[in-house]
Design a protein around this ligand. Structure first.
Ligand code: SF4
Length: 271
């Protein structure tokens, strides 16, 4: 019989569906990564460091992980047997809608569904994700995008092969219009004004924001007033009535007793 970890959401010994730790763990209770590498070429990407993959190889594009589907079936069956139905997030060490073939993403979503699990995709692929929109269920799943700026030139500098911000925003709106829960990752924050402007531009079709800072980017970290940013961000969220989660790196700047739940429901009721 599968052994459940004390956190109650993951199963010991499963490595394809796993419980992310640290900063990644703030995003999702469970995750899976169908691909190795990512063709988006984000200048701030930490993944090659973590996975010890040479940066040129990582940036050359995503390839299907060896035996991924076989291992996914095996892990999903164990989760099903244990009655665990949490959202599984795609992905932390790749992008589910990278610029190459992403047919494995659809299959992954279908396998999770077939085993009673929910899912969430986090992507900078913009409208590339629309190919799978019908696989998402309003009462179970979520669609999310990382945004660092509304400005295409700025994005091109930092995320050279990702969809431009307008396309990512159009995808969020398209999922929202289908009744799917949407959220935006404001991490990394590369420019305080840019991140605040994203909230103003997207709040009508985004259900939740997860706010972080810039890590691994010493110059930005050193020159940004993170306390002022955090306080302005929570003011903006309150003014617009938006749900939000302030990540641990910024929590020291929150007012005492500020309600900031780590996990909230990331789906709607069925439409
Ligand atoms: S989309 Fe994500 S995984 Fe891909 S290069 Fe950018 S930060 Fe790295």
């Amino acid at each position: 019989m599968a052994e459940i970890n004390p956190d109650g959401v993951s199963i010991k010994g499963c490595s394809i569906i796993y419980a992310p730790k640290g900063q990644a763990g703030e995003y999702a209770p469970l995750a899976t990564n169908p691909y190795r590498g990512c063709g988006h070429g984000c200048a701030y990407c930490y993944v090659p460091l973590v996975t010890k993959q040479p940066r040129p190889e990582f940036d050359a594009g995503a390839v299907n992980r060896q035996d991924f589907l076989k291992r996914l079936y095996s892990d999903a069956a164990k989760y099903q047997a244990a009655g665990i139905t949490e959202q599984v997030m795609l992905s932390f060490t790749t992008d589910p809608y990278h610029p190459g073939s992403t047919s494995l993403t659809r299959t992954t979503l279908e396998v999770l569904r077939a085993h009673g699990m929910a899912f969430c995709t986090l992507t900078k692929g913009g409208s590339r994700a629309l190919v799978d929109v019908m696989a998402f269920r309003p009462d179970r799943d979520a669609f999310a995008s990382t945004l660092t700026s509304l400005d295409e030139q700025f994005s091109r500098k930092w995320e050279r092969n990702a969809a431009d911000p307008a396309d990512r925003i159009a995808a969020l709106k398209a999922f929202h219009d289908r009744g799917i829960f949407t959220w935006v990752s404001l991490e990394p924050t590369l420019d305080v004004e840019a991140s605040l402007a994203i909230v103003e531009a997207t709040h009508e079709f985004v259900d939740l924001y997860k706010v972080g800072r810039a890590n691994y980017l010493k110059e930005i970290t050193r020159t940004t007033d993170w306390r002022d940013y955090t306080l302005r961000m929570v003011d903006t969220m309150h003014r617009l009535g938006k749900r939000h989660y302030i990540k641990r790196d910024l929590q020291e700047y929150l007012p005492g007793g500020y309600p900031n739940p780590l996990r909230v429901t990331q789906h709607h009721r069925a439409i």
